[in-house]
Design a protein around this ligand. Structure first.
Ligand code: ATP
Ligand code: MG
Length: 248
């Protein structure tokens, strides 16, 4: 990774960019992933590169949804693996009930294996997604992205799909699953379709989610259910759009 001095005000953003570039070099991120990252950077710039109250509310709803889930699974793509290796490791360590499954938009068996190896080397155990023999297909999706591991997303009632494409998010919601996403663009189809949309940068959002999951570990289930029932995703998205339009 190229050394980034601390002096630029946007050093954190530049470091993230380097992580994604390194992801491409390591063969875990696709070249198109660089463009997706650039789109995220633009929205983050307009949001002042900070976590807003609408994101905090969504994070609280997401934590409650995960804590009331029977089988929560986090879907990892090439950008997520490159950007948030450490953050995923912390989530895995603190939440053994949470499974991790690799699923790619630009599907390649070899890259799935490399991501699984990358996460395994980072200390995350039993990463799913690399055994085509034990899979089911998600209805409504044509591509290999429809693949679900029988021990993972196939059984999941709550799926966390950060930086996801709109089609897959929509198909997951249509399958009856609750879907949590992290997406800096409140206008994307993913953001609009998900059950809970966290409009925040991934590596800022995941540590907060880990904190909330710890706080909520022993919270009463009815309190958690009331929190998810009271959450209004459209309202959060409208607040995010206003914040962007006020800056732009
Ligand atoms: P959709 O298909 O949902 O309409 P899209 O085609 O605009 O979305 P994709 O390339 O499918 O976008 O998905 C990438 C999404 O992830 C974009 O909305 C982008 O803003 C967002 N994104 C990229 N990097 C980050 C990041 N680090 N943190 C949070 N969101 C990000
Ligand atoms: Mg898309």
């Amino acid at each position: 990774m190229t050394d980034i001095p601390d002096s630029p005000p946007r050093a954190a953003s530049l470091r993230r960019r380097e992580l994604v570039v390194d992801g491409v070099r390591l063969g875990i991120t696709s070249e198109a992933g660089l463009i997706a990252h650039g789109r995220g950077e633009a929205f983050d710039y307009l949001l002042g590169e900070r976590t807003h109250p609408f994101a905090d509310s969504a994070l609280e709803a997401a934590s409650a949804l995960i804590r009331t889930a029977v089988h929560p699974v986090l879907s990892v793509n090439g950008n997520v693996a490159a950007l948030a290796t450490r953050e995923l490791r912390r989530l895995a360590d603190e939440n053994p009930e949470l499974r991790f499954e690799v699923n790619l938009f630009h599907f390649a068996e070899e890259r799935i294996r490399r991501i699984v190896d990358h996460l395994t080397a980072a200390g995350i155990k039993d990463v799913l997604g690399s055994s085509p023999g034990s899979t089911t297909r998600l209805d409504g999706l044509e591509s290999a992205r429809a693949r679900m591991d029988d021990r993972g997303i196939a059984q999941a009632d709550v799926v966390i799909v950060p930086l996801e494409d709109g089609d897959r998010c929509e198909a997951l919601v249509a399958s009856g699953r609750k879907v949590i996403t992290v997406d800096l663009n409140p206008l994307s189809r993913t953001s609009q379709r998900a059950t809970v949309t966290i409009v925040d940068e991934l590596t800022r959002a995941l540590p907060r989610l880990a904190d909330l999951l710890s706080e909520d570990r022993n919270a009463p289930q009815d309190e958690l259910r009331a929190r998810t029932a009271g959450f209004d995703n459209a309202r959060g998205l409208a607040a995010a759009e206003r914040a962007i339009r006020e800056t732009a």
